[in-house]
Write a protein that binds this ligand. Structure first.
Ligand SMILES: *Cc1c(COP(=O)(O)O)cnc(C)c1O
Length: 380
């Protein structure tokens, strides 16, 4: 009999609720605000904007919707080029294709795993006038924002920050998501705080955020008779969902502390194993450590799949690193800019040797020890 399946499942990153969420939701029920508008929507926008330190925010039903509207508001149109990091989740670049624009993928750099400023410069040599650049703060680690912002400024290109994974991470003391013309956050089920599903678009530009609210509610012109002069979307966050978000926001700092403690625990536990390296955290910032990741040195007897298999056998959820977009069948025709002359790009190398460790903040000390024992066992 396989006793392992009876063991409690340990998750990669699952929702952690605290009770406050239900009070906001109950309030919405009690007052019958069960709609894609209402006091929780307004409250969540205001409270999140205050938390990250930005002037305006629009609550939407996903991070993907927020990226889509950011691209529209940046004026991205059919045939336009948009630079996107290759090492990310597909949601970063799918909205580029919704607009029939052309994603050009940019390789990573080793210090943060994020978009390489050098490769970005190279991309501008080949495509001098892209409509936008999307930067991602992968696994919560801030990208090299100073360098990337300088390059975007020099070329007069709009910067969109996909901070879906990095809410609460800071770069030089300022929240990720607040550096670009637009920032986006996600509240999907596995993110650092969740509303089951949801997203936020933020900007210093009030008119643009107003426009986002307009587009996200079917682009109704101000007239009694349902008049439309543009194509709209049904992207607005509901008042119930926003209630969960308001409650979660109260625990965001605590979630960050616990995520960082998980990373530190792994780092120490593997520090004597030369073949294991943790994901980089960018010294210029304070990462939220949304997911703790490790890479295995080349030439090790342990392959990443052996680690994933060993954990899965014990009912423990771990994941590969995002498979780079330039290697995805659906983006096979897209260009990819890398500094590697031949052979493997840096993003592909990270993908080949890396994995995401269970980073659920509900993990107990015993859970962590079990995970660590299994991983260490493979290397010793
Ligand atoms: C989760 C995620 C998104 C998408 O957010 P949704 O709310 O799931 O639509 C976008 N980009 C990155 C990097 C993500 O991890």
């Amino acid at each position: 009999m396989d006793t392992n399946t009876e063991r409690k499942r340990i998750y990669l990153s699952s929702p952690t609720m605290h009770g406050k969420e239900q009070e906001f939701v109950k309030e919405a029920f009690d007052t019958n605000w069960v709609a894609p508008l209402g006091p929780n929507v307004n409250g969540f926008e205001k409270e999140l904007a205050e938390y990250v330190g930005i002037s305006h925010a629009a609550a939407l039903d996903s991070g993907t919707a927020a990226i889509h509207l950011a691209l529209k508001l940046a004026g991205v149109k059919e045939g336009d080029v948009v630079f996107v990091p290759t090492l990310t989740f597909s949601a970063t670049c799918n909205p580029v294709v919704y607009e029939k624009a052309v994603p050009v993928f940019i390789d990573s750099e080793a210090d943060t795993w994020n978009m390489s400023p050098e490769a970005l410069e190279r991309a501008f040599e080949k495509y001098p006038s892209p409509k936008a650049v999307i930067v991602v703060h992968l696994y919560g680690t801030p990208a090299k924002l100073d360098e990337i912002m300088d390059i975007c400024k020099k070329h007069g290109t709009t910067l969109i920050e996909d901070a879906a994974e990095s809410l609460s991470s800071t770069y030089k003391g300022k929240q990720t998501g607040t550096f670009g013309k637009f920032g986006i956050y996600s509240f999907n089920g596995n993110k650092i705080i969740t509303t089951s599903g949801g997203g936020m678009l933020v900007s210093e530009d009030e008119a643009l955020i107003q426009k986002a609210r307009f587009l996200s509610t079917q682009a109704r012109d101000p007239a009694r008779h349902y008049q439309h002069s543009q194509i709209g979307y049904n992207y607005r966050m509901s008042n119930i969902t926003a209630g969960i978000g308001r409650g979660q926001l109260l625990s965001l700092e605590e979630h960050k502390r616990r995520k960082k403690a998980i990373y530190e625990k792994y780092r120490q536990a593997f520090s004597d194993i030369g073949e294991i390296q943790m994901n980089p955290l960018n010294e210029e910032g304070d990462a939220n450590c949304w997911l703790s990741c490790m890479t295995i040195a080349e030439g090790s007897k342990v392959a990443k799949d052996m680690v994933l298999d060993a954990l899965e056998k014990e009912n423990i959820e771990a994941r590969p690193i995002w498979k780079p977009m330039h290697l995805q069948p659906v983006f096979a025709d897209c260009d990819f800019i890398t500094l590697c002359r031949n052979g493997e790009s840096l993003a592909e190398d990270i993908f080949n040797r890396g994995l995401c460790l269970p980073s659920d903040i509900k993990n107990t000390d015993e859970d962590m020890e079990r995970i660590i024992r299994i991983v260490r066992g493979l290397f010793l």
